[in-house]
Design a protein around this ligand. Sequence first.
Ligand code: ADP
Ligand code: MG
Length: 724
Amino acid sequence: MPNIRFQALQTVLTRTIPEVKMPALKISDFYNSHVFDKKKMKEYLSKEGYQGIINAIEKSEPIPRDMAEQVASAMKSWAMSKGATHYTHWFQPLTGTTAEKHDAFFEPTLEGGAIEVFSGDALSQQEPDASSFPSGGIRNTFEARGYTAWDPSSPAFIMGRTLCIPTVFVSYTGEALDYKVPLLKAINALDKAAVDVCHYFDKSIEKVNSSLGIEQEYFLVDIALFNARPDLYLTGRTLFGHLSAKNQQLEDHYFGSIPERVYAFMQDMETEALQLGIPLKTRHNEVAPSQFECAPIYEELNLAIDHNQLLMDLMDRVAKRHNFKVLLHEKPYAGVNGSGKHNNWSMITNTGKNLLSPGKTPKNNLMFLAFFVNTIKAVHEHADLLRASIASVNNDHRLGANEAPPAILSIFLGSQLSEVLDEIETSRISKKIKDDALLWQGIPKIPQILKDNTDRNRTSPFAFTGNKFEFRAVGSSANSASPMTILNLIVADQLKKFKYDVDKLLKKGEKKDVALLMVIKRYIKESKNIRFEGNGYSESWEKEATDRGLSNIKTTPKALDAFISEKSDILFSETDVFTKREVHARHEILLDSFYKKLQIEARVMGEIVTNVIIPAAIEYQTKLVDNVRGLKEIGLNESTYKAQIDIITRIAEHINFIKSNVEQMVDERKKANAIEDLREKAISYDENVKSFFQPIRYHVDKLEQLVDDSLWPLPKFRELLFIK
Ligand code: ADP
Ligand code: MG
């Protein structure tokens, strides 16, 4: 029987491309067709009902019970007209994926028939059997139940034949068990703090929305090859594999055309996404072979995150129809670029002004500078917390490890804006100026259109790109809610401090613009250390960052400390986004998942080497031994089978090394398992168990190079990475 690798390769050769059908010729004809959007609400609801839900969306007003009844009934009618038979509360538990529990609309009647019902209560609240979702002890200690509650700010949609209602997930004691509750609180906190600061410049501003555009990177691999790699399907990444002779050296994939099969997948995926209101706009190849990216047009932050979560789910399902598997892992292949999720973030007022967009007039520029500099200062103050918000076992391979960006948070501004800030920092602000025109000389001119193509810095984890900041350290499989909650929260806190500092000067009798400029100037000075314009991947930067006192926390269990530090404690209690219990619960959940994922990787590694790799190596070795025996038998001397003896010996050496290291790794696992304290346990897994991965892999990859290709059981990198 041919080995599983060859069966898989055979299957790949027979692939045909499924026909791609669009529901209509124009995207505008089917965009949002599966979403209960405002237009449909207007059509299906009474005037009062419509206004009620708009107030709930725009002003976060509670929805009265009778109104919920009306909305539920409207949603049901619409959903049934689209063929939906079930509904579900759709939520984002801390496992990182989305969760749903489907209920049918139908209910039997006394007469033996059935009707379709969907009540206001069923819309507003549901009690999923959620005992298996992580809660970091919150539910265990108090109350076993958690419930989901409707989030009207994100519209309901239909997936397959199910009406999905975006919800938050909270414990019966009111604590957040999901990503959304703190996110919504942080969005609100930023709104309030930003509006207050806006009022220095423009009293008519009532609301500030954070907006987010997420660029999503991913790999595609044929499903048959994926299924022939237990490491891939159990851990999401390859634990072994020698680098293919050709990989990304030529960078020809990035500039190349999209392979036909992939193109068909993308079109299908985009159609479904657009029907669900996900405004996908961009698609292209990425640097590594078989790596791609898609990006939507930016949206209000909460919605952008729901859409990204939905998109990840959707990609996976559509890929199956195309016999692909989507790899969202941050580092599926060692030695090849990893994947991220660039979070493009800005703040936009209800009057349509992007607060991170430099304006036409000096006055506007002062407003821009206020938000710009406060964001920089917030990241400077809480870099460790932001680092913690993106920490995960997967992302550790991307940040701080070999051939990957470092775990140092720094901000890239581009030469023009750096110069502007430098100029302000060294300028003298005259407090006695009577003439406004003179004061503005203290503010350098900022060109409205920044030349961003020339000095784009791809190596910076947090870069200003013209009218938004781009947080690039977020992992490709992560829920962006985690970093975006922290970003909004720290900027909100910073803006509050800014207002306090400015008001203090105003009370002292300082002129408003002078006061604003003085505080901005001070902040520029205080946050200067985090600004870095050079190559973020270089070794010299690691050294310089240490000299500057910036942290470089390479591993998750230690990065997570920032969540429970005293500094964060104060921040959380002042902004009211997390309670202490919630933060500690989250910390616990993250540590727990960290060590469990390493535990799984270690086990998978042990199993594969013992049951798959070593037997294959021995089979080849035995063939060589037989060969040598034969050569001897016919009377040839040793010099004729020297090569065989050499390979036989090397195989033996590698096998011995692998076997003894796997045994030692198991011992270390046992020791780590016995540790009670979660943080210590996670660190022990990281330092004592994970440290075996690389040496074991090295010897397995050496075997891959030695063993007869026809006997090698695992699809090789060259087969996984180059799409046929
Ligand atoms: P790239 O960074 O690859 O050059 P773009 O700058 O065009 O691509 O946009 C990347 C993402 O940033 C897109 O999702 C886009 O909608 C989003 N984006 C653009 N402007 C803003 C903004 N003001 N706020 C948030 N996201 C934005
Ligand atoms: Mg970008």
